[in-house]
Design a protein around this ligand. Structure first.
Ligand code: NI
Length: 316
């Protein structure tokens, strides 16, 4: 019964378009560069229902089955599941987040693609000095290379998270290759730090409803996108990175940045100090999504007015 209920709830979520992650940006254009480790073309998440051909798959590989296309919801405005479809007191199942609806000035800053041997320790020093907790979405092969930095993150209260093993677009992989990217990275992070991730970010934000469901149900990973993107991989200018983040942040924001770019790390003292001065409180992604409050169901639409009968003609 419980299993049946879970499946039913999952379907409700899928069919009601709770995946706000997939509506940002235009159609997905994924050109994985050779130097993918140094670039994060934040093209925006994939469109829901995008076919996922497995070009790298051999003839025996089994592509992940497609799920029905869901209706995308506007970004950062989660579509509440109709209350009538759920038992009383049951929160809707949510697989992915662009941002959160929180009752307070809470935000999460996230750093992708590291750790970097040189820059990440500098960033950790900046965070420690200010008592700020961050979330690191790390590439597994970098974790394997610099496990001591990952251990330091955990020791200092940060969240360690999965960003795949080698930064491919997950939507282009065979089922086996996809699972290996996720599992090997979880294993490497756990081996380095003793902590197994519970959140992940797909490279390029490229995902779909089917991948989101598998990541949640089979790997225990919530899918985390973002609502503040300074395009720091593109504009290597610390002042611009800082102003883009500062101006774009609001309560519940999930901020995207990369700790593999010197200009990004150079922007952080200004970002941290300005946002702290504005009263924002930095929490990890898991802490932020734990505070997320589902939006109340939309009020029912007023019944359409019946057309009034024409007045009877008076007189002749
Ligand atoms: Ni990345």
């Amino acid at each position: 019964m419980k299993h049946t209920l879970t499946v039913a709830l999952s379907l409700v979520v899928l069919l009601t378009g709770c995946h706000t992650a997939h509506t940002q940006g235009g159609p997905q254009v994924i050109a994985v560069p050779d130097d993918e480790m140094t670039r994060e073309p934040s093209l925006g998440p994939a469109t829901l229902g995008t076919p996922t051909p497995p070009p790298e798959a051999g003839p025996d590989a089994t592509p992940l089955p497609a799920l029905p296309t869901a209706t995308p919801a506007p970004i950062t405005t989660p579509t509440p599941v109709a209350s009538a479809a759920l038992p009383k007191g049951t929160a809707p199942v949510r697989y992915s987040y662009n941002s959160c609806n929180v009752d307070g000035p809470y935000i999460a800053i996230t750093f992708d693609d590291g750790p970097s041997a040189k820059l990440t320790p500098q960033l950790l020093d900046m965070l420690k000095e200010r008592g700020i907790k961050a979330t690191f979405f790390m590439v597994g092969q970098n974790v394997a290379e610099y496990p001591a930095i990952v251990k330091r993150m955990v020791d200092e209260g940060h969240e360690v998270a999965n960003h795949s093993w080698s930064h491919p677009a997950l939507t282009k992989l065979s089922a086996d290759a996809f699972r290996k990217q996720i599992k090997d990275t979880n294993d490497a992070i756990e081996k380095a730090s003793g902590v197994r991730p519970t959140v992940m970010r797909p490279p390029y934000g490229a995902t779909n409803a089917n991948l989101d469901k598998i990541l949640n149900t089979q790997f225990g990973l919530k899918v985390i996108i973002w609502d503040v993107d300074p395009l720091d991989w593109k504009f290597r200018n610390a002042e611009r990175v800082a102003s883009q983040i500062i101006n774009g942040t609001k309560p519940g924001s999930i901020i995207l940045a990369h700790d593999i770019h010197a200009t990004t790390v150079a922007a952080m003292p200004k970002v941290f100090d300005t946002l702290l001065a504005k009263g924002y409180k930095f929490v990890t992604v898991s802490e932020l999504i734990a505070m997320d409050q589902p939006l109340p169901p939309a009020p029912p639409k007023p019944a359409a007015e019946k057309p009034k009968p024409l007045p009877k003609p008076v007189g002749s």
